[in-house]
Every structure is written in structure tokens, then in C-alpha cells.
Design a protein around this ligand. Structure first.
Ligand SMILES: C[S@@+](CC[C@H](N)C(=O)[O-])C[C@H]1O[C@@H](n2cnc3c(N)ncnc32)[C@H](O)[C@@H]1O
Length: 226
């Protein structure tokens, strides 16, 4: 289903992602911000492009989730989510997030490394999908890698160098991600924000990796509807 082999193997996917300084830190910052802005109240959340459901699972262990809607096109990842999540009110949707029809019921949308999987001409539709299910006063926690097309290879080369525990599988995963053309559509921060700021304001932002002040790399942003 993808030119990145680990997307066919949930265990490898989780193992490799968790070794990355950009992914691990982004997830923990994203979940801290989700908790901060939902103020410990009972929430309905949608996890867009949820993968194995690990982010909702972590949030459920520290927050109060009344209902969770998880959406992903990867059946194997959703099977892992089904086995590992114990929430009572859980909807697992094996669907394209761009086609799913949702009610305006969410206090929180998690978009963790998801927007860059939308082809560029579908990115605005993705944001409209988020808007369609966000309740008034709800928030979006977005973790994203912002890069110009010509910065992608260097980003992954530097990322691999920064990981002490390398394996052949991890190296292949990062190399395949860097050159993927069927599931990876990264854009610059400027490009994304031009779309985001039409409907949302960014109320908090944390640069995750690399640790510099540039506009390129991984960020976590909290969005609220204008
Ligand atoms: C980098 S993974 C992130 C998964 C998860 N959010 C995490 O933090 O581990 C991207 C996910 O997006 C899913 N995906 C890509 N395009 C999608 C689409 N159009 N609709 C639903 N899911 C999609 C992939 O199957 C994959 O699970």
C-alpha cells in the first residue's frame, strides 16, 4: 500500500518511529499541549491518520476521553489500535480521512504527522475536514515536518546521524521516507501556514527538531478556529 515498507508492519513502524528524536519528542509535546488546552475535562477527540492509535492510547492514560474517533487507511495499523485501545466509546474508521463524514462533536483533533500525507492539492480539503468536526472552542494539535522539497534528503540524513541506535531496518525506513512519492508530500512552513491561517489561528507553537530557530523541521502547533 506504500513505498515505505514499515507501513506494512505495525511493530516495525512503532519501533522505528520511537527511535527518532523528531517523532518521540513531538508526540510527547503534542500530548502535553492537548492536555493543557482541554483542561482535564471529558473530551471527544478525533485522531486523524491515527496509525496504530498509540497517541490516543497515551492521551487516554493521562486524560479523560469520553469518545475517540480514529481514522486511517491502513488496515493493519487499525487492527493494532483495536487490540490495544480499551476505551468504551471508540470508533475506528478504516477510511480516507478526506472522504470521511464527521459530526461537529470534537473538542480535540490530533493531527500527528498527517497533513504531509495529503497531496498538495488536497491539503486544504484536509483542513476543511478538520474544521467540519471541530466544536466551537475546540482545538487542533498538529505535529508536522515542514520542509521545502529540496531540504528533505538533508533532513533525513541528519536525522539518521542523530540516532545512536541505528539498525538496517531503521536506515531503510528513513531512506524510504525521504524519497517516498506515493505517501509523502511535505511542504514548507510558509506554504502550510498560508492555508492554515485562512481559518485558524496558531495559539502556541514549539519547535521540536532540529534544535535551531529556523522555519524548517518538526513543529507542534496548537490551532483554534478564528
Ligand atoms: C506518519 S504516520 C502517523 C501515524 C500516527 N499519527 C502516529 O503518530 O504514529 C501517517 C499515517 O497516515 C495514514 N494516512 C495517510 N494518508 C491517509 C488518508 N488519506 N486517510 C487516512 N489515513 C491516511 C497512514 O496510513 C499512516 O498511518
Amino acid at each position: 500500500m506504500s513505498d515505505i515498507a514499515a507501513y506494512g508492519n505495525p511493530d516495525n513502524y512503532i519501533k522505528y518511529q520511537n527511535l527518532r528524536p523528531d517523532y518521540g519528542k513531538a508526540v510527547s509535546v503534542a500530548l502535553q499541549l492537548a492536555k493543557k488546552y482541554t483542561k482535564n475535562k471529558k473530551i471527544t477527540l478525533a485522531d486523524f491518520c491515527c496509525g496504530t492509535g498509540s497517541n490516543t492510547k497515551k492521551l487516554a492514560s493521562v486524560g479523560k476521553i469520553e469518545k475517540a474517533i480514529l481514522i486511517d487507511v491502513n488496515r493493519k495499523f487499525l487492527e493494532t489500535a483495536r487490540k490495544t485501545l480499551t476505551l468504551k466509546n471508540l470508533e475506528l474508521l478504516h477510511q480516507d480521512v478526506l472522504e470521511v463524514s464527521l459530526k461537529k462533536e470534537c473538542d480535540l483533533i490530533l493531527s500527528i504527522f498527517a497533513y504531509h500525507h495529503m497531496p498538495d492539492d488536497k491539503k486544504e480539503l484536509y483542513l476543511r475536514q478538520i474544521e467540519s468536526c471541530l466544536k466551537k472552542g475546540g482545538i487542533v494539535v498538529l505535529a508536522e515536518i515542514y520542509l521545502e522539497k529540496n531540504e528533505i534528503l538533508n533532513y533525513y540524513t541528519d536525522l539518521l546521524k542523530a540516532i545512536p541506535k541505528k539498525s538496517k531496518g531503521l536506515k531503510e525506513f528513513l531512506e524510504q521516507t525521504a524519497i517516498s512519492s506515493d505517501i509523502e508530500f511535505k511542504v514548507s512552513k510558509k506554504y502550510a501556514e498560508k492555508q492554515i491561517l485562512k481559518k485558524f489561528e496558531i495559539i502556541e507553537e514549539v519547535k521540536i527538531w532540529p534544535k535551531d530557530k529556523s522555519e524548517k523541521g518538526t513543529f507542534v502547533q496548537v490551532l483554534k478556529l478564528k
